[in-house]
Design a protein. Structure first.
Length: 693
C-alpha cells in the first residue's frame, strides 16, 4: 500500500527532484523527455475534496479553470480553453452533450475515482490528439492492475468526504480482483451538495448531484493486453449560474476497448471508444422561473461520440519512431421547447456532425548524449455537416425566417485539410541544467457550434459572456504558430522549471459584432417582445490573436521534513487585428506552499495570490476584477496502512473576492445582482477519510 512518504508534501505534480545524472544510470539515459514534457497529478495522492477535476489544473504551471458551475469547470491552459485544449478520458476524446459545455470532457473523469491526470507542458506532441493547439490533458481511471502471480488478489478502497461551504458529501469506492492474466474492477461514486456560501450569502443555484458506476475487465497473455470498460454517468439537478439554464440531467453511457502489444522493439496501442450522452437543461427548475410562462424554456440535447486511436512505436538505439492514425466522430442534436406551450420549438442543431481523420509520425531522437529532439508531423482531415432546421419563431418572425431559409439553402458541408508540425529540443548543459526550446504549427477547425448555430442564442460552447451568437458556415481553421523556451534546473535542494511562450494565432475564431442584419433585428425584436436588454448579437468570425507569457514551478527543501514549493503564472491574450484584449484570460497569479511531511503526517499551508485583471475584452464587454489573496490549510494523518484522514480549510480567512474566470450571474438571487461577476466561495472546512485494503 501507499505510505505517507509517497504523499510528500502534497505536491501534486512530479517535479524533477532528482539530479539528471544518477550515478548508476548509463549516460544514454541522461535526458528523459517524459520528465520535462508533462506534469502528472495522481488524484490518489491529492488531498482535495472538490467534485470538479478541472480545479486540480490550478496545481500545474500554466493551468487554470473557467468555472460555470460546481461540475462545469473548463480547463484553461496558457490563456486558451474550450475545444482548443485537447482532453482525453480513458483514451476517448469526448464531445460534450451540452452546447455550452455544461459537461466539459474532463467532467467525465471524476476525482473520487482514482484518476491520473497528465498535463503536457506547453506544446503537446502531435501523437497525443488532434487539434490540441492550446495544450493537452490526458486522464486515465486507475482501477487496479494485474498482479504478478496466478493467485487472485483483492484490493479495494472507499472514500468519504464532506465539506461545509455547500454541505457536500461524497461516497466513492472500488474493488478489484486480479491475478497475472485477469483483472476485474468495479467502482461506484455518489456525490451531492447544496448551494455554495460566500461571505455575503449564497451563490444560487450551485447545488449538484452526480452518480457514477464503472466496470473494467482486462486480460493479459504474454505481450498482449486487452481491456474493456464501461462507465455510466448520471448527473442530476446541478446549477450553472453563469449560464442561462441549469442542468436537469446528464445520462451517459461510455464504452471503451483497448488492445496493446508490447514486443521487444515494437509496441502497438489501440483504443476504441464510443459514448452516448443525453442532456436536459431548463431556465425554470432550479433558478427562479421567468415570470411570463411564455418565456419558459427547456433544451434537450444529445451527442454520439465514436473514436479510434492507433499507434505503433518502434524503439532503436537512438530513440523511437511513433506512427499512428486516429478518428473522431461526433453527432449532435438540440431541441428547445416550452412546457407551457406545446406549439413552441426551436431546432438548435439537427444532426450537426464533425469528423476528424488524422495520421501522424513522430520521432524522438538522441542527437548526442546531451541533445535530444522530438519532431512530429500530423495531417488532419476535418469534415462537418448539419441538416436543415426549423423553429416556431422562423414561421412567424421575418428575421428568423430569413436566418432559417438562408441556413437551409446554403451548402453546409465543410472540409479542411490541416497540417501540424512540431519540433522540440532538450540540451543538457550539465547534470543540473537542461535547456529546452520548442516550435509548433497547429490547426483547429471550427466546432459545430461555431459553424452551425443559426439563430442568435447564448449557446457558445464555453464563453458565458451573456451575448447571443450566431455561427458562420465559412469559418477557416485557426492556425497557431508557437515558440517556447525554458530550462529545468535542479539541485539537491532546489529545483525550478521556467518556460516562456509566444503564440500567434491566425484566423482565431472569436465573436465579433454581427454584420448579419437579420440576426441583429431578431435580437432587437426579442428584446421588445420580452422586455429584455440583450446587446446586439456577435457572430463567430476569423480574427487574428496573440498569446504570450511565462510560467514556472519550483521547490526548495529545507530539511527532511520541511519544504517550500510554488507556482508563478503570467499570460496575455490580445487581438492583433484591432486594439483589444481576449476574453476570460487568467490574471497573473502565484502560489506558495509550506509543506511538512513526516512518517505519518503531511501538512501544508498555502498562500494563493491573484493580481487585478485589467486586460479585458471590450468586444465581450468583460469587466475588470481586483486581486485577492487566499490562505488554504491541509493536514493528513495516516493512522495505518488502511486508514488515512484528511482535514483542511480553503479560504481560511473567509475572504470576499471575485474570481475573474467565474463568469457572471445569470440567475435571480437576492444576494448577487444579475449580470455581476460571481463571487468566490467562502471559508470551506473539509474532512475526508480513505480506507484501503
Ligand atoms: Cu446544458
Amino acid at each position: 500500500m501507499r505510505n505517507t512518504t509517497a504523499l510528500i508534501g502534497l505536491a501534486c505534480f512530479a517535479l524533477p527532484h532528482t539530479p539528471l545524472l544518477a550515478n548508476e544510470a548509463p549516460i544514454e539515459e541522461v535526458i528523459v523527455v517524459e520528465k520535462y514534457s508533462k506534469r502528472t497529478i495522481l488524484l490518489e495522492d491529492t488531498l482535495s475534496v472538490s467534485p470538479d477535476t478541472a480545479q486540480l489544473l490550478k496545481d500545474v504551471p500554466g493551468g487554470n479553470v473557467n468555472g460555470n458551475g460546481p461540475l462545469t469547470g473548463i480547463p484553461q491552459y496558457r490563456g486558451m480553453y474550450g475545444p482548443r485544449i485537447g482532453v482525453t478520458v480513458n483514451g476517448a476524446a469526448i464531445a460534450p452533450a451540452g452546447p455550452n459545455w455544461m459537461d466539459p470532457p474532463l467532467s467525465y473523469a471524476a476525482p473520487s475515482q482514482l484518476v491520473s491526470l497528465e498535463v503536457y507542458r506547453g506544446i503537446a506532441p502531435v501523437s497525443v490528439m488532434p487539434e490540441s493547439i492550446g495544450g493537452a490533458i490526458v486522464s486515465n481511471t486507475k482501477l487496479g492492475d494485474f498482479s504478478e502471480t496466478d493467485d487472485w488478489q483483492r484490493t479495494g478502497r472507499v472514500s468519504f468526504s464532506g465539506q461545509t461551504v455547500n454541505d457536500a458529501s461524497l461516497f466513492g469506492g472500488m474493488a478489484s480482483f486480479a491475478n497475472q492474466s485477469h483483472h476485474i474492477a468495479v467502482a461506484a461514486m455518489s456525490e451531492q451538495g447544496e448551494d455554495q456560501s460566500f461571505p455575503e450569502g449564497k451563490i444560487r443555484p450551485t447545488e449538484f448531484d452526480r452518480q457514477r458506476g464503472e466496470i473494467a475487465y482486462g486480460y493479459r497473455r504474454d505481450a498482449h493486453t486487452f481491456e474493456l470498460g464501461y462507465t455510466r454517468n448520471e448527473t442530476g439537478n446541478t446549477g450553472t449560474p453563469a449560464l442561462p439554464m441549469d442542468i436537469d440531467y446528464f445520462d451517459g453511457d461510455l464504452f471503451r476497448a483497448n488492445y496493446a502489444y508490447a514486443g521487444d522493439s515494437w509496441s502497438i496501442n489501440t483504443q476504441l471508444n464510443a459514448s452516448e450522452l443525453v442532456h436536459g437543461m431548463t431556465k425554470y427548475h432550479l433558478r427562479p422561473a421567468p415570470q411570463s410562462p411564455a418565456q419558459w424554456r427547456q433544451n434537450t440535447t444529445d451527442v454520439d461520440n465514436l473514436g479510434l486511436h492507433v499507434t505503433a512505436q518502434r524503439d532503436d538505439n537512438l530513440g523511437h519512431w511513433l506512427l499512428g492514425a486516429d478518428y473522431q466522430q461526433e453527432e449532435h442534436d438540440g431541441l428547445i421547447d416550452n412546457p407551457n406551450n406545446p406549439m413552441f420549438f426551436v431546432e438548435g442543431f439537427n444532426n450537426a456532425s464533425r469528423e476528424v481523420v488524422g495520421v501522424f509520425v513522430e520521432r524522438e531522437h538522441r542527437l548526442t548524449d546531451y541533445l535530444v529532439s522530438e519532431i512530429g508531423l500530423r495531417v488532419n482531415h476535418v469534415t462537418s455537416d448539419a441538416d436543415a432546421v426549423d423553429a416556431t419563431p422562423a414561421r412567424m418572425m421575418p428575421p428568423a425566417m430569413m436566418l432559417r431559409d438562408t441556413f437551409n439553402a446554403t451548402d453546409r458541408k465543410a472540409d479542411d485539410t490541416n497540417i501540424d508540425a512540431t519540433a522540440k529540443v532538450w540540451w543538457s548543459q550539465n547534470e543540473n541544467l537542461v535547456w529546452y526550446a520548442g516550435l509548433a504549427r497547429k490547426n483547429r477547425s471550427a466546432s459545430f457550434v461555431e459553424r452551425y448555430l443559426w439563430l442568435p442564442l447564448q449557446a457558445t460552447g464555453r464563453l458565458a459572456d451573456g451575448f447571443t451568437y450566431t455561427g458562420n458556415l465559412t469559418l477557416k481553421p485557426e492556425q497557431s504558430n508557437e515558440i517556447e523556451f525554458g530550462a529545468d534546473w535542479s539541485h539537491k535542494q532546489f529545483s525550478m522549471s521556467p518556460r516562456v511562450f509566444f503564440r500567434d494565432v491566425d484566423d482565431f475564431i472569436q465573436g465579433t459584432p454581427s454584420a448579419n442584419a437579420s440576426a441583429v433585428m431578431m435580437v432587437r425584436m426579442m428584446n421588445m417582445a420580452n422586455g429584455t436588454t440583450n446587446p446586439d448579437p456577435l457572430q463567430f468570425n476569423n480574427v487574428d490573436a496573440r498569446f504570450y507569457g511565462f510560467d514556472l514551478d519550483w521547490r526548495a527543501s529545507i530539511n527532511d521534513q520541511w519544504s517550500i514549493s510554488g507556482l508563478l503564472n503570467y499570460v496575455r491574450g490580445e487581438r492583433r487585428d484591432i486594439d483589444d484584449d481576449l476574453y476570460r484570460i487568467a490574471p497573473p497569479n502565484a502560489s506558495i506552499q509550506l509543506n511538512y511531511a513526516a512518517q505519518r503526517v503531511d501538512a501544508s499551508l498555502e498562500l494563493v495570490a491573484y493580481d487585478d485583471q485589467t486586460h479585458v475584452s471590450h468586444t465581450n464587454r468583460e469587466a475588470q476584477t481586483d486581486g485577492y489573496t487566499l490562505i488554504n490549510l491541509t493536514a493528513a494523518y495516516q493512522f495505518s496502512d488502511r486508514l488515512r484522514l484528511v482535514v483542511g480549510a480553503e479560504n481560511l480567512l473567509d475572504e470576499s473576492y471575485l474570481d475573474h474566470l467565474a463568469g457572471y450571474n445569470r440567475a435571480r438571487n437576492p444576494d448577487i445582482m444579475l449580470g455581476s461577476r460571481l463571487p468566490g466561495t467562502g471559508r470551506n472546512a473539509f474532512l475526508r477519510a480513505d480506507i484501503a485494503w
